[in-house]
Design a protein around this ligand. Sequence first.
Ligand SMILES: *[C@@H]1O[C@H](CO)[C@@H](O)[C@H](O)[C@H]1NC(C)=O
Ligand SMILES: *[C@@H]1O[C@H](CO)[C@@H](O)[C@H](O)[C@H]1NC(C)=O
Ligand SMILES: *[C@@H]1O[C@H](CO)[C@@H](O)[C@H](O)[C@H]1NC(C)=O
Ligand SMILES: *[C@@H]1O[C@H](CO)[C@@H](O)[C@H](O)[C@H]1NC(C)=O
Ligand SMILES: *[C@@H]1O[C@H](CO)[C@@H](O)[C@H](O)[C@H]1NC(C)=O
Ligand SMILES: *[C@@H]1O[C@H](CO)[C@@H](O)[C@H](O)[C@H]1NC(C)=O
Ligand SMILES: *[C@@H]1O[C@H](CO)[C@@H](O)[C@H](O)[C@H]1NC(C)=O
Length: 519
Amino acid sequence: MLQKECFLKLLLLVVSLVVAASGADKFSRQDFPPGFVFGAGTSAYQVEGAADQDGRTPSIFDTFAHSGIMGGANGDVACDQYHKYKEDVQLMVETGLNAYRFSISWSRLIPNGRGSINPKGLQYYNNLINELVSHGIQPHVTLHHVDLPQALEDEYGGWIDQKIVKDFTDYADVCFRMFGDRVKYWTTFNEANVFVLAGYDNGLLPPVRCSFPFGSFFNCSKGNSSTEPYLAAHNILLAHASAATLYRKNYLNKQKGFIGFNLFSYWFIPFTNKTEDVLATQRANDFYVGWFAGPLVYGDYPDVMKKHAGSRLPSFTAPESERIKGSIDFFGINFYNVMHIKDNPEVLKMEPRDYNADIAVELISVVQDNTSSPSVEFPVTPWGLRGVLNYFKQTYGNLPIFIHENGQRTLRNATLEDWSRVKSLHGYIGALLDSVRNASNVRGYFTWSLLDLLELLDGYEAGFGLYYVDLDDPELRRYPKLSARWYSHFLKGGSVGSDGFVELERNLSSTYTSAEDFK
Ligand SMILES: *[C@@H]1O[C@H](CO)[C@@H](O)[C@H](O)[C@H]1NC(C)=O
Ligand SMILES: *[C@@H]1O[C@H](CO)[C@@H](O)[C@H](O)[C@H]1NC(C)=O
Ligand SMILES: *[C@@H]1O[C@H](CO)[C@@H](O)[C@H](O)[C@H]1NC(C)=O
Ligand SMILES: *[C@@H]1O[C@H](CO)[C@@H](O)[C@H](O)[C@H]1NC(C)=O
Ligand SMILES: *[C@@H]1O[C@H](CO)[C@@H](O)[C@H](O)[C@H]1NC(C)=O
Ligand SMILES: *[C@@H]1O[C@H](CO)[C@@H](O)[C@H](O)[C@H]1NC(C)=O
Ligand SMILES: *[C@@H]1O[C@H](CO)[C@@H](O)[C@H](O)[C@H]1NC(C)=O
């Protein structure tokens, strides 16, 4: 999870919109359709550790962390899942997860990005996948989660060069060939929209490319904020389509899996009911979601993007468009917040412009609820998740959807009694049930994250985990938070409702250890 609010230069003003928690209140696992999966997620660099062991080489995420940007935090050790994967699968079993969403470190499997396979990397992912499958937990695998091999970034600029299409396809080919007998759910990219905006426009995240005056905090040493976000996004779509085409041609018959693409989605609502703000909200959806979903479903970028970005937005040839259109079996959606949108036409007069000017909106503020402390915790706005699901249903043909990320941010050293996360899970899973009942084609839910891990901008200061990892303990012991126990109760068939919070507290108080007790 990225702290998107920061790079979007938001004023995190509290707009005191009091919103009653919407969504089903009392429900249980059995209310969901058969086959609906519940899981939790992580990504390679954020949990694995062993960053320079057994032949792995750095990714752009390693370089970013080691530049000191994350306040000195890095993923050299992280949660050491590389060595503790069996223990972590055991936690998943105890929690009752149906599925685990994780990513493969490209530079662990194929050091330097292309060429021969690293046998130790291959063995690690085989071990992890076997451990999951033998415990009845479905692996849902992401191929690129902010961690392009640094070697490819250095060699030709990574995603801004079309050479990446072949290298990515070859990497995907290795993954399909080696793991596809057991992995049925593949996602090519995590949060492609955030990756290109933060990586190539604001320059706030890997690979830290931007150009004056668009970098938020500093001047990047390279980049072009006016053109590169569009270019990187274009190559990502081509690479995705190439990998998906390969899968369908060479593997689908035998492996019978599914290929998806993940986007970060705010639910946007107009700041006022003035027509210009309502239109601006549609434009925000087109720029954030339609940028990728348009080509993937309809074969082309939204018209408003072509109009505002002009020649800086690359165009697809007819065969490219054909290949991209329909190249997904599902959308992965990461949802956290509802955002107010206001029209901002003045910026269209700016020269040069970047994406944030082309979109011509102002992201006013995250819509608050009345329960959380806004500086750290996210407001819980389940109706926003319903909004996103309705929007995808109505706009993109009701393709299957997995909620790949959704969760609550808390200071990681605060307490194991994470009521705000329990309330968040309860609210969002209730909203999901309402969406399912309203004919949304949503097939699964992964909370971010299984463990407190290396967060992109929070480092180790804040976490989203069901399990706390004690970083002061050489064993990096894991401890269940209240949220892990709540999720487990739900997943094992227990009924949940906000009236049960008191009962939950009573039931758990006997077994529960506070963070202070073991520090
Ligand atoms: C939040 O708002 C809801 C609905 O208006 C209300 O029932 C609840 O008591 C409020 N909670 C707090 C902490 O103010
Ligand atoms: C970035 O570069 C511009 C133009 O060279 C300069 O005016 C500005 O002060 C620099 N900003 C920082 C934070 O170094
Ligand atoms: C970015 O690329 C455009 C198009 O090639 C060019 O006109 C512009 O000068 C470049 N900007 C920077 C900062 O290099
Ligand atoms: C906009 O109109 C809707 C429906 O009438 C209303 O519920 C909402 O509060 C209005 N929003 C604002 C910001 O005035
Ligand atoms: C928790 O971490 C935050 C941020 O690092 C720090 O400000 C705070 O003092 C810590 N609290 C405790 C109880 O350790
Ligand atoms: C149910 O779905 C329809 C569109 O299919 C949408 O118009 C409606 O707002 C949804 N209802 C709720 C409560 O989300
Ligand atoms: C609390 O414990 C009782 C008795 O073991 C059990 O029936 C109930 O489902 C539990 N409730 C929750 C919310 O954990």
